[in-house]
Design a protein around this ligand. Sequence first.
Ligand SMILES: *[C@@H]1O[C@H](CO)[C@@H](O)[C@H](O)[C@H]1NC(C)=O
Ligand SMILES: *[C@@H]1O[C@H](CO)[C@@H](O)[C@H](O)[C@H]1NC(C)=O
Length: 345
Amino acid sequence: MLFKSSLALAGVAHLAAAQELMRFGCSQLTIDRIDPLVNPGTIGSPHVHQIIGGNSFNASMPPVTYDPSSVSTCTSCVYSEDFSNYWTANVYFKAKNGTFKRVPQVANIGLNVKGGVTVYYIRGYQSSAKVTAFPKGFRMLVGDPNNKVASKVPKGLCFRCEANMEQSPFGGAPCTGKDVPGFPTAPCGGGWRVTVTFPSCWDGKNTDTPDHKSHVAYPASGTFESGGACPSTHPVKIPQVMYEVMFDTRQFNNKADWPATGQPFYWSNGDNTGYGIHGDYLFGWKGDALQKAMDSKCSGDRCAALKRQSDADAVACTKSQMSKDDIGDAKWLPTLPGADSMTGM
Ligand SMILES: *[C@@H]1O[C@H](CO)[C@@H](O)[C@H](O)[C@H]1NC(C)=O
Ligand SMILES: *[C@@H]1O[C@H](CO)[C@@H](O)[C@H](O)[C@H]1NC(C)=O
């Protein structure tokens, strides 16, 4: 699950030989305290998220009837038929005096978007296998914001402590080597690359389930990338969606500003372990564009089967914040946004 530019840097291009994957930039659409999946209809969900994709993102997006590709007027993703929404929690630094500031994000190597998320749709190594695009109304969630146990973090979710902004040495496939399931415990000279990998097998029936998880599963054995077969309960192979989020922690790297024990970072829901790492996905590709992309074995961020807008047009697609919170970019905040509605802090 590697991408070309970093592979070239690391000189291990052979690892990607049989891999087919779309990797593209989606610029930050907004940062807001809304979550149409877990807290539909609520402006002021329990914690702030960073959101990318179609600008029809809203507190209420009822499955199927609300079609992001027909309601959106732009998308922050470079593939301009992709009006899906992708979101993760934000990260905050807590100063010794107890105040919080948001950790900024930067674009991934080789992408010219503003912060946001690098999105992957991976077909896997078995290029002959049929990969079925998500149906309209499909959504899913991976990870658990309330988890405090390392062993309960699903295996494709992790942090990489980067030595420098060039991501060198590269460090191999996501969630291998020195990658960790929770917040890195020492300052990282190049910030963090956070990876969130979704399951790649679907029950073929439900576009969503009450826990937003039961309709999808990981392969029964092996991995998606190695061609592991889907379990009989979830027989349909879907694209493996993966996010990479680059958090630029550099301005918070002075050990003198860190607590005497532990580390100073929090997910926006108050989790100080990092094990609450999670991601949300709400499908919104136009028509059968994603199926065409899978059938055409699109890779990277340019593909003849898909329409692409300029990077600048993707960056220009933004949406104003709906919740009234100060999200902590300029001022030091006395509490995390939405702290009054959080549990387990
Ligand atoms: C969000 O939803 C509200 C209530 O349905 C609606 O009034 C508003 O126009 C929507 N905003 C956007 C940007 O779609
Ligand atoms: C709290 O700490 C931060 C970081 O050191 C500092 O910039 C800020 O001024 C402090 N706030 C107060 C109220 O002391």
